[in-house]
Write a protein that binds this ligand. Sequence first.
Ligand code: NDP
Length: 273
Amino acid sequence: MRTLKLAGSNVPAIGQGTWYMGEDPAQRDREVAALQQGIELGLTLIDTAEMYAEGGAETVVGEAIAGRRDQVFLVSKVYPHNASLKGVPAACERSLRRLGTDCIDLYLLHWRGQHALEETVEAFERLRETGKIRRWGVSNFDVDDLIELDNADCATNQVLYNPSQRGIEFDLLPWSQARGLPTMAYCPLAQAGKLLGHPVLSRIAERHGVTPAQVSLAWVTREDGVIAIPKAVSPEHVRMNAAAGDLVLDAEDLAAIDQAFAAPTRKQRLAMV
Ligand code: NDP
């Protein structure tokens, strides 16, 4: 598994997402087992949010990491409407309770909302001082938004990125890389839609004896400073996602992907889901 530095820690280039976990009680045991299997296979970065199942995903994560908190790099996110000086610590306390831990490794603003950025940053810094979070970051921020942060101590920006959504390559990704700001790529499998059936990904997968999903993950994480957070409940998917951490695409593969999914040649509006 390739690793990189995030917020002062070594983390795997591939972690685990949790959107849609915690919604169906009948799926809970499978979800907990999937996250635990992922941790055992080295997918030790887990991404969640108070939004997912309105806290339900955090309780699934809490159950999965009980007794193994020290093996996990935990990321959660605050709703924009809670991102005020008073709202942030209250939301963080609720998340900590659901996660069953006393500290979140990386706490993100889920997207920009009505509260002033300086206020949110101030609230994050206070949480850092009290040890409730180790570092903070943002999500769905474009270059202009990051510039507004004005060199504050932001540890990551989590954005949409996969072979069929390459808009960030025009400006946001190089801007972040030049400043040593790691990018967390969400929907790295494009939510298992059409992308995974694309003939070019299938051809590359066949050449390497892997699956199109693994090609997508290797592509997303091909450059240093990008972490992919696929969400998987199926044990086979978890196993394959962990194995993708060792897959390296060659120049021929990358050229084929460039031909099938053109890199942006001008500024694109930041895509979100
Ligand atoms: P993904 O691109 O990770 O796709 C998830 C889907 O892919 C699921 O249906 C899953 O199936 C399937 N899958 C997983 N692994 C494989 C595999 N190896 N082969 C084939 N199919 C596979 O979409 P998400 O929207 O879940 O994005 C990932 C994570 O990013 C989220 O879970 C969340 O943590 C974060 N996120 C953050 C956002 C933000 O605004 N900051 C927005 C969206 C997502 P199954 O579960 O059945 O195994």
